[in-house]
Design a protein around this ligand. Sequence first.
Ligand code: ATP
Length: 417
Amino acid sequence: MDLMEKVVSLCKRRGFVFPGSDIYGGLQGFWDYGPLGVEIKNNVKREWWKTIVYEREDVVGLDAAIIMNPQIWEASGHTASFTDPLVECKNCHHRFRIDQVENHCPDCGGELTDQKTFNLLTEVYLGSTEPKQKTYLRGEITQGVFVNFKNVINSTRQEIPFGIAQIGKAFRNEITPGNFTFRSREFEQMELEFFIKPGENEANKWFEYWKKQRLNWYTRLGIRKENLRFREHAPDERAHYARAAEDIEYNAPFGWKECEGIHNRGDWDLSRHKLTHNDFTPWVIETSGGVDRATLFFLIDSYSEVGDRVVLKLHPKLAPHKVAVFPLVSNKEALVTKAGEIYKNLKLNLELNPAWDDRGNIGKRYYAQDEIGTPWCVTIDYQTLEDDTVTVRDRDSASQERLPIPKLDTYFTTKLK
Ligand code: ATP
């Protein structure tokens, strides 16, 4: 199996990610996050929000509606320009995005048509009377921020430069979804729109600033530096709104791929919505990342093997469970009771989300936790009953140390900081 197959199989086996609508044969481009997947994805979003909103004074949050007045999509240029170039096979009629095929159909070798443009917005119809009102599921979460620009500036004490952060679902009728969750039709974005005074110099300064901040975020959370790079968009590749665009790319098993885009949107959006501030139209530097792509790349980057078993070396802040608690054996009541007390106590610390396991032998339990990235395991043994100490085993070094029970909570909290 190649690395990607191994990650996909681990995701299904251990409950990170399942194919959407699985029991009905699936639906192309849709995925469901299982019990462990929702935890890592929430951790990704929480870490992003902490860095972008809580650690700063110049950024506030927003959660706008997914469905908006269709005039917004006219004004933003999406109904006209949010398109991908599509080609169709003249033989089997399969359709592809042009940059994903060579000269002939990858499925049957047939001849391809000339390219057409294909709009990626997903249409929805509202109301009970005909004709129903047509609008769209948002194709990017960004527009919800721009149309609330006045609301936010009038209701907070922010002054330019300042930013509005948002995390939420976006929908694109992708021509060829694929590479697991990398290209889906429903996905989540985490975006910052940072409003600045107009002008190229100011824009360049903030563009460089945000590029650096965003790259650091990924490496701080454990992605290896050599697996990340910037790639500048060629002028003909840029989205209709962008004056400048660079992607943060990840060295995925299926090639260097976009993980996040940093864009200088200039005054495109606010002008289109006819919004100004103190007689000028602010410019916008945007950082637009995919929650699903980031989650996937964190999983891939942390995947490692020791012999024939998997160790997921996730950053502790991203791990679904920070700790697992085991009684040495499951048939000694005193041990199970003691372990149960420790487990309940650790559960009170909401950052830890401890796991419990009393099946099989200790070695197997360690391995099962390694596979899902749990950084620390606590074992309660006969010595615990005598001196109130436990063994703490570290995922990456496999080393063990003996700690007094009352110190456990502080020990993990300090490690997590
Ligand atoms: P691509 O070139 O891969 O189609 P894009 O340039 O259209 O991506 P943007 O419009 O810049 O992407 O969107 C910002 C971010 O949203 C991307 O960096 C990516 O992380 C995420 N994203 C975009 N499209 C998808 C998708 N179909 N599935 C999952 N995530 C996506």
